[in-house]
Design a protein around this ligand. Structure first.
Ligand code: TRP
Length: 467
């Protein structure tokens, strides 16, 4: 089976549409919810530097590789990998990479949806004026009470899954493309307004120092792995989401330029989010390392005190929901595209089945914050000592599955795919082209070696062997 020339699922209307959709996938809870809290947990500046290095040296080259595979294969990641491996005369084993991606996307969506449900709830909580004049303690305890109630989390999780599947069932240009047109610019404007608030807090400069002054004694091997895993997570790499989006990309569009634009926008949003959160954290005497609830404990303080806080707060959470929505779509699109291609199901049926499964697995996360909050299934292994089921799902996907998926993508493109193919896809006609050669070395050698070392060190294998 060789690759079709056009995707049966349709195509983006042009370069701008692809950038919007891929940015919509990349910018999400990862930037605004996850980046600040893991930066806080890992001591700030040094973690941020490692993260930025990973984005530039591993993230961007692998994003180009992934888009390229998608555009070449023109199908769901599973079928794309199968036909490209066949075309290159390589083993069928590569199809497994597509499968691993489908599973990773599905697992990520199961918890992503629960957190997006928090953001949904906070639209209404902010809108009702709940946070007017709230203190830091007050905002913290309102959050703690909220997540202690499994029924509430379940209700919001259910709503978010239904929203996601409603868009996915409509298909690529009908659903995916339309939802991001206005969202990105609007999100950016409101972030700038919040940044204005943060700049006027008394501890703004302390927040800036926390984010940008590296103290390398604060970072551990596990922290480096988390930073690298997050580079994959935030750019939506390593599981076929960007590959699927690439498969809807028209032929004449520059993969290199678009990838760089997407990565820059994604990084900008994360850094601005950090510049908003940490000044509020320090001004209110909060703890930067207070975990997944960080933005839900800090931002309500800002909304409770700034002029027009109800309006801006409500708008902010609405936009956060939209950002999460456009990311969630890309997490499940590979699975749905595969069910449509190989099982002959309609998009609607495929969406319902996948939605129901994801919803069910999401219960693990819902309960991790309340009735199972003391349940640490792998407590006997030291690096997993204090991890709840949610923490483990996050670790398994972001720190293990995405980096390994990313390495395999890099190896496939660097070693298996013919050079003529990658040159053709990147529109390069000269083997000596400096940009091309840099990229090629990065995907072929640097990224695989770096990821494997960070990975083995992070999970403790290197220390165990060379102790
Ligand atoms: N990048 C998104 C975020 O930062 C999450 C996401 C969407 C994702 N699609 C993905 C993560 C694919 C990994 C793989 O919120």
């Amino acid at each position: 089976m060789s690759a079709p020339r056009k995707s049966m699922h349709g195509e983006w209307s042009g370069r701008f549409a692809f950038i919007l959709a891929a940015t919509g996938s990349a910018v999400g809870l990862g930037n605004i919810w996850k980046f600040p809290y893991i930066t806080g947990e890992n001591g700030g500046g040094a973690f941020v530097i490692v993260y930025l290095i990973c984005i530039a040296s591993i993230g961007i080259p692998i994003m180009m590789a992934e888009v390229m595979l998608g555009r070449r294969g023109r199908q769901s990641p599973i079928n794309t990998m199968r036909s490209l491996a066949e075309e290159a005369g390589a083993s069928r084993f590569w199809t497994l990479l597509g499968w691993a991606g489908v599973v990773a996307g599905f697992l990520i969506l199961s918890y992503y949806s629960v957190i997006a449900g928090w953001a949904l709830a906070y639209v209404f909580r902010t809108g009702s004026g709940l946070f007017l004049g709230v203190t830091a303690d007050g905002a913290g305890s309102l959050f703690n009470q909220f997540i202690a109630d499994p029924e509430k989390l379940l209700a919001w999780h259910t709503i978010f899954i239904v929203m996601t599947m409603a868009v996915v069932s409509r298909g690529v240009s009908g659903g995916l493309e339309k939802s991001v047109r206005f969202l990105m610019p609007a999100l950016f404007v409101i972030l700038v307004i919040l940044l204005g608030y943060a700049m006027n807090t008394s501890e703004f400069s302390r927040g800036v120092r926390f984010l940008f002054n590296p103290d390398f004694t604060k970072i551990t091997a596990d922290g480096v792995l988390t930073a690298m895993g997050h580079a994959f997570f935030t750019l939506s790499l390593g599981m076929g989401a960007i590959m699927v989006y690439g498969s809807y990309l028209p032929k004449n569009i520059s993969i290199a330029k678009t990838s760089i634009i997407i990565a820059l926008m994604d990084t900008l949003v994360a850094l601005v989010a950090g510049l908003i959160i940490f000044p509020i954290v320090f001004t209110n005497g909060l703890e930067p390392g207070s975990g997944p609830g960080l933005i839900f404990k800090t931002l309500p303080i800002a909304f409770g005190h700034m002029p027009g806080g109800i309006f801006f707060g409500t708008l902010f959470f609405i936009l956060l929901v939209f950002a999460a929505w456009s990311s969630a779509i890309s997490l499940i699109e590979p699975a749905v595209a595969w069910l449509v291609e190989n099982r002959g199901h309609t998009r609607v049926y495929a969406s319902v089945v996948m939605g129901a499964l994801t919803w069910l697995v999401g219960l693990l996360t819902v309960f991790s914050f309340n009735i199972w909050s003391d349940y640490k299934p792998l407590a006997h292994i030291s690096i997993f000592e204090d991890k709840t089921v949610f923490d483990l799902l996050d670790y398994l996907t972001a720190n293990i599955m995405l980096p390994l998926g990313g390495v395999l993508i890099a190896i496939f493109v660097g070693w298996v795919l013919r050079r003529e193919t990658s040159m053709h896809e990147l529109d390069i006609h000269d083997r000596m082209h400096i940009g091309y050669r840099t990229w090629h070395v990065l995907v072929k050698v640097v990224a695989p070696i770096a990821v494997i070392i960070v990975f083995l060190k992070g999970i403790g294998v290197i220390d165990a062997v060379f102790g």
